[in-house]
Design a protein around this ligand. Structure first.
Ligand code: KET
Length: 502
């Protein structure tokens, strides 16, 4: 009997098809949703095994032989199915079955980074501080639109440019500008046309496109990811069905780079793996290899015939210099290595919501680059067709205009130095307040937007629950969301959480 009821529900939901339809999932859910009185439960359980099926979509159920199952009527009202059992013209029972085709969809957990902002918004405490997501804020903790962005937007507006579709690979002026910013204008790889550049939906979209390329053309190849890494990397490769494993990166004992561990894990991986590297300002640790260490990393990657895959989301934010922050990528390129680079303009141009970035694949020949580009386009077309234009125009105008470019570098320097100054102030406050003698100087050694505090999940929870300091549960705080006046308060919260919560 249950079977026929749920078949009925699923048939109705399948757009009133006249052929019998069964949906095991929906059946299961319908079964769960049935709320019955005890008397009727007995009736139902007794008839459970009778295999009725639906032949028509009248308001009656028929059994296999076409005989109507008279006592049962149903009607649909307000996305609910009401089922009536008639007994001698008298309604003895009505059941309401809540039906949704999405019953099998479970509730997803909040995102570990972007979910923090949602929780922050809901907090009414006036001391609250959002150090979760890596969004740059002014000293007044307000969002910041760069002056060069406003100037570029004015130029775009004055020109009255149209909103026609972009080609699949994006805006040509942007693609040229972004590759030049990354590799350096005079880098021979540009002139040799060995870089396949495709505009992407910021860093995330560009990583995702590259992951799709790996999945299609390097089936079974593994991506090696640093431990720890930006929270979304694993999701990206999981969703693209690209296998990944981790290499050691952070050593909690030294609060520094586990260089030996990193090298031996890269060596131990199957030849021809992809090695995901943070081009600069490693997220979340804020610890980058030294130039000598980068050389050694390049050695082992070459030796193992691995492919380096850089994620460059913070160019300019590590040192304040756009060129210096691209030096890791340029070092590998200068060795003649093939490599991939996902770029983002969310942070360095503050274009978070414009979703502007690129995937660059440096190949050993112009011919290979042309083929790779054609396949990236082929992958992009069914995913999102073609990218948005506004952010691309802004970047092209800023990077392609020497005056605006210089101004951008100055603004970048200002943003990076504001972060450096709160980093220093936080260290000073922690050192003054913490009487235990703990050495907090690791905070000064870290670079970029974040500080990896070493706080455990329980301690991070205390930061949020007791002190209203919102941060990711891996102990990362975004210094870009901190002002100098809040440093003392933050230091109090950290000292309390570190010493009083185990
Ligand atoms: N790579 C890294 C290393 C990274 O930290 C981010 C963003 C991205 C790529 C992608 O950014 P996009 O906006 O897609 O260009 N990180 C910050 C925001 C986020 O999680 O989405 C963050 O870690 O707070």
């Amino acid at each position: 009997m249950f079977e026929s009821l749920s078949s009925m529900a699923s048939t109705m939901l399948c757009g009133f098809s006249s052929t019998p339809t069964t949906s095991p999932t929906l059946q299961d859910h319908c079964k769960k949703k049935l709320k019955m009185g005890s008397f009727d439960r007995t009736i139902f359980s007794g008839k459970k095994k009778r295999n009725h099926s639906i032949k028509t979509m009248s308001n009656q159920i028929h059994d296999r032989r076409g005989i109507p199952w008279l006592p049962l009527r149903f009607l649909i009202f307000n996305r609910r199915i009401f089922i009536y059992f008639l007994s001698c013209g008298r309604i003895t029972l009505a059941l309401a079955v809540n039906v949704s085709r999405f019953e099998g969809v479970t509730m997803a957990p909040p995102d570990p980074i972007l979910g923090v902002s949602e929780a922050f918004k809901a907090d009414t405490n006036e001391m609250k501080l959002n150090l979760g997501v890596g969004d740059y804020r002014t000293e007044e903790l307000q969002p910041y639109v760069l002056n060069v962005v406003k100037k570029a937007e004015n130029l775009i507006l004055k020109r009255g440019e149209n909103k026609e579709y972009l080609p699949i690979e994006g805006l040509a002026a942007f693609n040229n500008a972004t590759a030049e910013l990354l590799f350096g204008r005079d880098n021979p790889v540009i002139e040799q046309q060995r870089v396949a550049t495709v505009q992407g939906l910021s860093g995330t979209g560009s990583l995702r496109l590259a992951a799709a390329l790996i999945e299609r053309y390097f089936p079974g190849a593994k991506v090696l990811i640093s431990s720890p890494t930006w929270g979304n990397h694993k999701n990206i490769f999981n969703d693209a069905r690209v296998p990944w494993s981790e290499y050691r990166y952070y050593d909690p004992k030294t609060i520094g780079l586990d260089f030996d561990g990193m090298i031996s894990d890269i060596k131990a991986a199957p030849d021809g793996s992809f090695v995901l590297l943070h081009g600069c300002a490693h997220n979340p640790t804020g610890i980058d290899p030294t130039p000598e260490q980068w050389e050694k990393i390049a050695d082992v990657i070459q030796e193992k015939k691995h492919l380096p895959f850089f994620d460059v989301a913070y160019q300019g934010f590590a040192s304040g210099s756009l060129d210096a922050d691209a030096s890791s990528v340029r070092l590998f390129a200068a060795r003649g290595m093939e490599l991939l680079v996902a770029q983002s303009y969310s942070k360095n141009l503050g274009l978070y919501s414009e979703r502007i970035g690129a995937i660059n694949v440096l190949c050993s020949s112009a011919d290979a680059a042309a083929r790779v580009k054609s396949q990236l386009k082929r992958l992009a077309r069914p995913m999102y067709s073609n990218p948005p234009i506004h952010g691309a125009r802004i970047v092209a105008n800023v990077v392609g205009n020497p005056e605006l470019f210089n101004e951008w570098e100055e603004e970048m320097e200002l943003m990076a130095s504001r972060i450096k100054s709160v980093r220093q102030k936080l260290f000073d406050s922690l050192s003054a307040k913490d009487k235990s003698g703990k050495d907090w100087s690791f905070i000064l050694k870290q670079i970029g937007m974040f500080s990896f505090t070493g706080l455990s999940k329980a301690q991070s929870d205390n930061m949020t629950n007791k002190w209203h300091v919102y941060m990711t549960k891996d102990g990362r705080i975004s210094l870009a969301g901190l002002s100098s006046v809040k440093c003392e308060y933050l230091a109090d919260a950290i000292v309390d959480s570190f010493h009083n919560v185990k």
